[in-house]
Design a protein around this ligand. Structure first.
Ligand code: 13P
Length: 245
């Protein structure tokens, strides 16, 4: 399977920036690696309109409900209706600032996948958890809680993103060995929980992925791609991550 790079634009860019990005990106993107963009919900229609068809677009969060009286929420069904492809769920910024928990995310993952979208479920430890030696057990809890009782059919539309919180937006990247250790652990949890799917699930690394460190990260056996913040904002950088220098 091709490596996958997801650009998580977070709450950045205005409509003009979005147009500028695709003007440059579309010209040089060669589909060597898969490229997906997670935009702000309000920009989704222009991303959908301006992107080259081989790029897939999605969101950074959505409601666990399909419709109804949930003021201010974005429905996964509406995203699907607009040709959306995926949703990032449980990003550490949502856990930190909006109180999301792995247990609560279990329902969102189910709804998103049942609506025909791909769920990109994020897990990762803080620096103090790493220093206390808790990384592997914490990741295991996050995976079990998020994926408990998910139907097997759902797993084909699941991606896991390992994002150590201490590496996000800090310029400190996990070393390829540190990342591979956790990815191999995630792979073994998935394989023992879901024998038919664990080996096939894409596991992405996120946390200060840049053009100058992407190749050694992607060369690791269990790293199937990257979830990228800062370096996805400029077309030139994101093209470099996609293998199109
Ligand atoms: P940076 O690539 O800016 O560290 O952000 C990572 C991230 O949070 C992607 O979801």
């Amino acid at each position: 399977m091709k490596k996958l790079l997801i650009g998580n634009w977070k709450m950045n860019k205005n409509s003009h920036d979005v147009a500028e990005f695709f003007k440059s990106f579309n010209e040089k993107y060669t589909v060597k690696r898969d490229a997906w963009i997670a935009a702000q919900a309000i920009h989704f229609p222009i991303v959908e309109e301006l992107k080259t068809p081989s790029v897939k677009a999605g969101l950074q969060n959505c409601s666990e409900h399909i419709e109804g009286a949930y003021t201010g929420e974005v429905s996964p069904r509406s995203l699907k209706d607009m040709n959306g492809h995926f949703v990032i769920l449980g990003h550490s910024e949502r856990r930190q600032f909006f109180g999301e928990t792995s247990r609560g995310l279990n329902a969102k993952i189910r709804t998103v996948i049942n609506e025909g979208l791909v769920a990109v479920y994020c897990v990762g430890e803080t620096l103090s958890e790493r220093e206390a030696g808790l990384t592997l057990s914490l990741i295991e809890d996050q995976i079990h809680q998020g994926l408990n009782d998910q139907s097997k059919a759902n797993l084909e539309n699941l991606i896991i993103a390992y994002e150590p919180v201490w590496a996000i937006g800090t310029g400190k990247t996990a070393t390829p060995d540190q990342a591979q250790e956790v990815h191999a652990h995630i792979r073994s949890i998935l394989t023992s929980k879901f024998p038919a799917f664990g080996g096939k699930t894409r596991i992405l690394y996120g946390g200060s992925v840049k053009p100058d460190n992407v190749e050694e990260l992607l060369a690791q056996k269990d790293i199937d791609g990257g979830l990228v913040g800062g370096a996805s904002l400029k077309a030139k950088d994101f093209l470099a991550l996609c293998g199109d220098k």
